[in-house]
Design a protein around this ligand. Sequence first.
Ligand code: FES
Ligand SMILES: [Fe+2]
Length: 329
Amino acid sequence: MTAAVRSGNGDRHSGYDATWFAAAHSKNLKHQQIVNTVVCEKKVTLYRTADGVVHAINPVCPHLGASLGHGRVEGDNIRCPFHGLAFNPEGRCVEVPWGAPPIRPSVQHYRVHENNGFIYVWVSETEPAWTPLHLDRSPFTYAVTWEATISASPRDMVENAPDYQHFAALHTMEAPRRTAPTVFEKHVMSIRLNAAGFWVNYPTLASLNAEGTGLIHAHVTMPRTAFRLLEIVTQTPADQGTSVLRVATYANATTFLKGAARKGADRLVSHLAHWGATHQMKRDIFIWAHRVYPEHAHLTKGEEDIAALRRWMRQFDEAAPQPDPPPAA
Ligand code: FES
Ligand SMILES: [Fe+2]
């Protein structure tokens, strides 16, 4: 559900939940391990079976309510820590330790999708019509990954990209020039712009694609240099007023090198790009923590893409459609 005004600071999540949200970096869930997290105020337990398949469940044990998130993975099954009942990957009870017949109720599973180094879950009761695109990470040999819990509205991150007018004031960049019209098509928003000044004051061609409200990937190049970057940024509503940002930064600039020299250079360039991007993102995070996200914004000429974004976002709202935001003046 959405309300008239909702802040990112202490308010509940937005209700724009009919989308894939990252629940973990893949590397943080090893075989036969469990990760507990919160997505859209719902407890979600992830576990990876012995053969590497990830499952996402509501951790409440259907026997007497203990948390399966504190249990253990045995082969393909998860076993509850309280009385030891075991549940298979379909959620069905397959063993009661004292030999009684298995109980009938099942563990509730969420849809889960793993690609590009992230584990995504779909906790909405709606049916997903898409899954996150596979991205070609083969040009890269190294990624910097991080995650942080922040105070923000779930819509702050996705609105950050088409809000071009904040780039100069907040990020001290040149006003970015779009190199192509912004495209909103189905669940994808595509932005092409020259973001000179993001790292250095040099032409910086960025291709930003949002898939739903929780995932943006950016491809960045600098003409006449070999610099190339892929950054995957996810924002996941967690508990009231908080979101978890999970980011992976891949970069390189010296593909002519080979072997260990190439890996070392990629590592250095990725860390430099990560440092620069985080430096800028911290400015956004500060604004989001103190911002009241207005449902009806007073937009000016030059902010048409924010209005278009807000119309596009309604497809992810589980609640009733909202009225159109006012057109730009
Ligand atoms: S509560 Fe899980 S086995 Fe009893
Ligand atoms: Fe920003």
